[in-house]
Design a protein around this ligand. Structure first.
Ligand SMILES: [Zn+2]
Ligand SMILES: [Zn+2]
Length: 346
C-alpha cells in the first residue's frame, strides 16, 4: 500500500484506506439546522394552543412548551452521537421569545459544538371554546328540582360540585367543548347551562347516581345548520322526595335513608340498627339530615340511658342509647335534634 492510500486527500493527515478523514467530514457537514422562526398560536383567555388547525389544552408551562416545540424544530445530523443540548429561553417582548440551543456531540468520532437560535412569535387568537363561551353558545340546560319540595342548600351545592367534577373529567379527557357556561340557583333548585349535550347527559346521570331521583330529556329544535337540525336539550332532573342521609320518621321510629330505588326507600332503623325498606308514601316525615349532626360527648351511661353533653350549652341531657351499639362513657356520638328529641345516629 502506497503512502497516498493511507492519508486524507483533503488535509493530508493519516486516514484509513485513504478516505476523507473524520475531521474533514465533520467540517464539511452541516450537522445542526433550525428554522429562524416558529409561530405558536395560543388563546389569550384560556391558554389553549392551536396546532394544525386543532385547538388543544396543554398543562405544561410556557417555557416547557417553547422548549418542546423548538426542540422538535432543531434538526441534527443522524450521525451525531452522544448529543448534549443546553437551551435557554428569553422573552424579548410579550409577543416574542427566543430559544438558544447549544449542542455538543461526536460527529464521525470528532467532538463538535454548535448553536442555533429560534425566534418564537406568539400569536394570540381566541380559541373555539372561548369564542363559544363569549358568544353565549350552549347546547343544553340541566334543570335540577326536587319532587314535591324545594331542593335543599346541601343538594344544590352537591349538584354543583358533581357537575364541576364531571366537567373537569371530560375536559381532562380532551373534550374541550364540554364546558359549563353558567350555573344559576333557581327558586326551586339549580340550572346548569352546558356547552355540549354529552356534558349535560353525563352531569344529569352523575347527579342522579349520587343524589337519587331521575331525569328525562326534552329536545327542542332551534334551527338548522348546513342541512342539519340543531337541538337544544333540557335535562329535567327530579330529586327524590327523600334523599340519602336524610333522617326520617318511619312508623314512629327514627331512620337514616341509605338509598332510594324508584319509590322504595332503603333505610337504617336507628333503634334496631337493621337495614329495612319502605314505600316512599309510608315515610311520616323528614326530621333532618345527617350532615346537620353535631358531636356530643357521653358523660355517663346508666343502663339504657345515655347522659350526653350538649356541645353548645355544656348541659347534660339524657337520651335512650341505641340498642345495637356499645357506647360507653367517654365516647362521643353524632346527634341531631328533632324538636325536643335527641336522635343518636349510627
Ligand atoms: Zn482530512
Ligand atoms: Zn380559550
Amino acid at each position: 500500500m502506497s503512502i497516498l492510500e493511507t492519508i486524507c486527500p483533503l488535509c493530508g493527515n493519516p486516514s484509513l484506506r485513504g478516505e476523507v478523514c473524520g475531521r474533514c467530514r465533520a467540517k464539511e457537514t452541516r450537522w445542526i439546522e433550525c428554522p429562524d422562526r416558529i409561530r405558536i398560536v395560543i388563546c389569550p383567555t384560556c391558554g389553549a394552543r392551536r396546532e394544525a388547525g386543532t385547538w388543544s389544552d396543554f398543562t405544561s408551562s410556557r417555557d416547557d412548551l417553547v422548549e418542546e416545540l423548538t426542540r422538535r424544530a432543531v434538526r441534527l445530523n443522524e450521525n451525531l452521537k452522544e448529543i448534549a443540548i443546553e437551551v435557554s429561553i428569553t422573552d424579548i417582548s410579550p409577543n416574542r421569545s427566543r430559544a438558544y440551543y447549544r449542542v455538543t456531540g461526536l460527529l464521525y468520532a470528532v467532538p463538535v459544538e454548535g448553536s442555533c437560535t429560534v425566534e418564537i412569535e406568539w400569536k394570540k387568537e381566541q380559541c373555539d371554546r372561548c369564542s363559544r363561551i363569549s358568544g353565549s353558545y350552549y347546547e343544553g340546560v340541566v334543570q335540577i328540582r326536587a319532587q314535591g319540595r324545594r331542593a335543599t342548600e346541601r343538594e344544590i351545592s352537591e349538584a354543583a360540585r358533581i357537575a364541576h367534577e364531571v366537567e373537569d373529567a371530560m375536559m381532562a379527557s380532551g373534550e374541550r367543548l364540554s364546558f359549563i357556561s353558567d350555573i344559576e340557583e333557581h327558586r326551586d333548585g339549580l340550572d346548569i347551562t352546558v356547552g355540549s349535550q354529552r356534558l349535560g347527559q353525563e352531569i344529569a346521570a352523575a347527579i342522579t347516581r349520587e343524589l337519587g331521583g331521575r331525569f328525562t330529556t326534552h329536545p327542542k329544535l332551534i334551527g338548522e345548520k348546513a342541512g342539519k337540525q340543531i337541538f337544544r336539550i333540557t335535562y329535567s332532573l327530579r330529586l327524590p322526595r327523600y334523599s340519602r342521609g336524610d333522617i326520617v320518621v318511619v312508623s314512629g321510629r327514627y331512620a337514616e335513608v341509605l338509598r332510594i330505588e324508584a319509590k322504595t326507600i332503603r333505610y337504617l332503623d336507628l333503634e334496631s340498627g337493621l337495614p329495612k325498606s319502605v314505600g316512599e308514601q309510608q315515610v311520616e316525615r323528614r326530621a333532618g339530615h345527617k350532615s346537620e349532626a353535631k358531636t356530643w360527648m357521653v358523660a355517663y351511661r346508666d343502663g339504657d340511658l345515655l347522659g350526653i353533653l350538649d356541645p353548645e350549652t355544656g348541659i347534660t341531657r339524657e337520651t335512650v342509647a341505641p340498642r345495637w351499639k356499645d357506647i360507653p362513657a367517654g365516647d362521643s356520638v353524632r346527634v341531631i335534634e328533632d324538636g325536643e328529641h335527641l336522635v343518636v345516629l349510627g
